[in-house]
Design a binder for this molecule. Structure first.
Ligand code: PXG
Length: 293
């Protein structure tokens, strides 16, 4: 697999960056995780916009225009002859000295890694997931805003470690006030009396691209969608619960903190949204190979 680094395509074994890169030294940088389905990159414009917004929020000026970045992503996929792929786009502050000062890093590092997608096991979708609340709170927005998709993912990793120790594949995170915010790498939704509810961005979440697609799909199905603050109590008494994310797509949750949610089976609205989402992935996408798609 060829990896794009600063405009050059490198063989995987040669794809290396400096130990003085502030992405490594301080987690000073931003990233995106994107997917392509059957030769189309899903919601590429939205992912690129979020990347540039995250960079702006940390005052990192990306030396490529959005159009140039889009061309670089598509070219990397073409060089690797990929159709169904996972794309990891990374922009770091670049090479500096051992101090914190970002002004010592004159040139940001741009990396595009593409690979074949590893799908979640089918039984997750058929049976639903069990998740658990962890004690690690989501970053306080005034410390590191969860809206920034930064290379500083220790908050999520610490939560993930807690989840693995508890034997669950995803974890529920609360903010400093105790409201439900999101999972370590997914957004959370619940359904009660046919109303779809998910936390608003201001409680301290990453504004997921999948989340926004699902909100629109639910509204197109005629469902009411509310973005509002809620607690674990609302999840415990919900009819249905599901998570959204680029890797997971839409995935049902049937148990939270060892409590059965709704019927204990993936809900009917959730199943409908899974089906709608899957059909959207085939059409909503930027073609990688314009002549053949
Ligand atoms: N919240 C957080 C904290 C995330 O990291 C999402 C929500 C979902 O956002 P999207 O835009 O993907 O719908 C994420 C996604 C992975 C992986 O491979 C996922 C993410 C980051 C790193 C790896 O599962 N983030």
């Amino acid at each position: 697999m060829l990896v794009y680094i600063d405009g050059k395509f490198m063989a995987q074994a040669e794809a290396k960056i400096s130990v003085f890169d502030h992405g490594l030294l301080y987690g000073d940088g931003v990233f995106e995780g994107i997917r392509s389905y059957r030769g189309r990159v899903f919601k590429l414009d939205e992912h690129l916009q979020r990347l540039y917004d995250s960079a702006k929020a940390i005052m990192l000026e990306i030396p490529l225009s959005i159009e140039e970045m889009q061309a670089a992503v598509l070219e990397t996929l073409r060089r690797n002859n990929l159709y169904d792929a996972y794309i990891r786009l990374i922009v770091t502050r670049g090479v500096g000295d051992l101090g914190l000062d970002p002004d010592k890093c004159p040139v940001p590092t741009i990396i595009i890694i593409t690979d074949k997608i590893t799908l979640y096991p089918q039984h997750f979708y058929e049976e639903g997931l069990e998740i658990a609340t962890v004690s690690t709170r989501r970053n306080y927005s005034e410390a590191i805003s969860p809206r920034i998709k930064s290379l500083n993912y220790l908050n999520n990793i610490l939560a993930k470690i807690e989840g693995k120790q508890a034997g669950v594949v995803e974890v529920l995170m609360l903010n400093a006030e105790g409201y439900v915010v999101e999972c370590s790498g997914d957004n959370v939704f619940f359904i009660r009396n046919d109303v779809v509810v998910t936390p608003p961005t201001y409680v301290g979440i990453l504004e997921g691209v999948t989340r926004n697609v699902v909100i629109n799909l639910a509204r197109e199905l005629g469902l009411t969608v509310e973005e509002r603050v809620f607690t674990r109590h609302d999840l415990y008494i919900a009819d249905e619960c599901f998570l959204t994310g680029t890797a997971a797509e839409v995935i049902p949750v049937v148990k939270i903190d060892r409590r059965v949610i709704g019927s204990g089976q993936p809900g009917t609205v959730t199943q409908k949204l899974i089906a709608e989402f899957r059909s959207a992935t085939g059409v909503l996408g930027t073609p990688i190979y314009p002549d053949s798609t």
